[in-house]
Ligand binder design. Structure first.
Ligand code: CP3
Length: 347
């Protein structure tokens, strides 16, 4: 039998009662912090990711600055695509770019699926360094990966996209290659996530950032759900809680939740109580403050944090987070203030 966890974040993942509502923020390490900017000036994004001591240091920056209840390993969802045979560059002011992307069924056939130990070694090493540092403080570390659709969209579009024209037309025109691509992504991400748990991650989050923006319910059910379901099934043997995060999926949240995961991460557009009803109270929920609310004056920000907490209604199994990642322009003091406020109000 697995012993009950003591960390509030892990207890909330299991819907166990906690002394206060646990808080962490997606993109909690990043450009809004002067400590991060100092390292960004000296090293490229891929250097920061692939140097375990640097990745560990960046992971710890928000932990040392705020009373957060969980850390998330500093990396990105895209580096595993390098190991599969694509290339990746983070272009300043633009975002990620894949100069060698997928155009044909042959490109999919050429993708390789090496073990994570081979292609993501530095991140697995960083997880070991960070968990050694966090263990005495009782703070759990979250490992993560992208979900197959979100990664496929980058692999086919070659970068971010507005309408997902290339990714969706590939999906419609090349169903066999789509199936092969999604299966390869599931295999690589599942192995990577299981290795992260083995290296010390106490929870795992799968980011499906773009499926909800790109796809109707019909297409989600047909082209995404089978693969996400397989991925979450494979993660059951990780022995740690799994968070299923997506955005833009309010019109088919029940289908998203049915794919799996102990915790459903929701975006900021829907009321949390309504979302919890859609997914069922037998799952924990994570969210869902609008990240832009962190730019509002305190009374406004507090009102929005209160609304999220009121909708959670003190029910066990709520993890306070944003509905998407922190923006670089948020004031550090607002981040600190809202974390402390959630703790105070719920204890
Ligand atoms: O949450 C964390 O603090 C952990 C680290 C993390 C990063 N990216 C660091 C990062 C995580 C979990 C991600 C996930 C990620 N990356 C997602 C899914 C989450 C989401 O936001 O929906 C996606 C879609 C990506 C792809 C990606 N990486 C984009 C679109 C960009 C450019 C946009 C931007 O903010 O610059 C990145 C770069 C990136 N990933 C940065 C960081 C800190 C910024 C790099 C820099 O300039 O310092």
């Amino acid at each position: 039998m697995i012993a009950e966890p003591t960390a509030p974040f892990l207890r909330a993942c299991r819907r166990l009662p906690t002394d206060y509502t646990p808080v962490w923020f997606m993109r909690q390490a990043g450009r809004y912090m002067p400590e991060y900017m100092a390292l960004k000036e000296k090293y490229t994004m891929l250097e920061r990711i692939n140097t375990p001591t640097l990745a560990a240091e960046i992971t710890m920056q928000p932990i040392n600055a705020f009373n957060l209840d969980a850390a998330i390993i500093f990396s990105d969802i895209l580096p595993p695509l390098i190991g599969m045979g694509l290339d990746l560059e983070f272009v300043g002011g633009v975002g990620p770019r894949l100069n060698k992307s997928i155009h044909s069924a042959q490109d999919v056939a050429d993708l390789v699926t090496p073990p994570a130990a081979e292609i993501m070694g530095p991140t697995l090493e960083a997880i070991k360094l960070v968990t050694a540092e966090l263990a005495p403080r009782g703070i759990p570390l979250i490992g993560f990966s992208g979900a197959p659709f979100t990664l496929a969209s980058y692999a086919i579009e070659g970068g971010g996209s507005k309408n997902y024209l290339k990714a969706k037309s590939f999906m419609y025109n090349e169903p066999a290659a789509w199936d092969q691509l999604m299966n390869k992504l599931v295999a690589v991400q599942a192995d990577y996530l299981l290795e992260q748990a083995r290296a010390g991650a106490a929870a795992l989050q799968v980011f499906d950032s773009w499926a909800g923006h790109a796809l109707s319910k019909l297409d989600y059910v047909r082209y995404v759900r089978p693969y996400n379901t397989q991925l979450f099934q494979k993660l059951e043997k990780a022995g740690v809680p799994v968070i299923n995060f997506s955005t833009g999926t309010s019109s088919y949240l029940a289908e998203v939740a049915a794919c799996g995961g102990d915790v459903i991460g929701i975006d900021w557009q829907m009321p949390l109580d309504w979302a919890w009803q859609q997914i069922g109270h037998d799952k924990a929920i994570q969210g869902n403050l609008d990240p832009v609310a962190l730019l509002a004056p305190w009374p406004e920000l507090k009102a929005r944090a209160d609304d999220v907490l009121n909708r959670a209604a003190g029910r066990s199994g709520h993890i306070f987070n944003l509905g998407h990642g922190l923006f670089p322009s948020v004031p550090v003091d607002n981040v600190r203030r809202v974390i402390d406020y959630v703790h105070e109000r719920t204890s």
